[in-house]
Design a protein around this ligand. Structure first.
Ligand code: HEM
Length: 137
């Protein structure tokens, strides 16, 4: 049982780190890729990977939470809140991304601007949450 708990927490932390790295990669794509078609292709590859990794964070977190008999600590409330903030931002980013298909420059700029702020905020929130959770445990 002890091994299952420590393996689940390690897996959870591994995917937290991977999600952070993918947030940085997405941030660099929307910031540095000047050719719009190239940017779109990269976003179509790396944005789903980012959300897949986040969903594994939520899944492994839920397993750990279940093993701990749903004992909600303050740090767990924070983790849930941050995951929710990231998901809500994803809906807006996805809506703006779909609008860029019309190929007009203002909608492309709007997406780039929003996605840049979103991935920057996501990265900061993930790092701060991971730091606080580690300190509180
Ligand atoms: C972006 C979101 C998240 C981040 C950055 C994050 C980060 C972390 C970190 C760094 C730890 C290890 C703390 C330690 O023991 O040193 C941890 C543990 C844990 N996480 Fe998360 N997590 C996130 C999302 C979630 C979610 C969505 C859940 C629940 C569904 C969850 C449930 C847990 C639980 C139950 C633990 C074990 C806490 C304990 O030791 O009592 N996490 N998380």
């Amino acid at each position: 049982m002890k091994e299952l708990v420590s393996m689940s927490i390690n897996l959870h932390i591994f995917f937290v780190a991977l999600t952070f790295v993918l947030a940085v990669i997405n941030l660099l794509i929307v910031k540095n890729c000047n050719d719009y078609i190239k940017m779109t292709k990269r976003v179509e590859l790396f944005a789903p990977l980012y959300y897949l990794s986040l969903s594994v964070v939520i899944f492994t977190g839920s397993v750990v939470l279940a093993v701990f008999k749903f004992h909600f600590k303050h740090s767990v409330y924070l983790m849930l809140l941050i995951s929710l903030v990231i998901i809500i931002g994803a809906f807006k980013a996805n809506r703006l991304f779909k609008m860029t298909r019309v190929k007009n420059i203002p909608s492309q700029d709007r997406y780039r601007e929003f996605a840049y702020k979103k991935y920057l905020l996501d990265g900061v929130l993930i790092a701060v949450t991971a730091g606080i959770s580690t300190l509180l445990n």
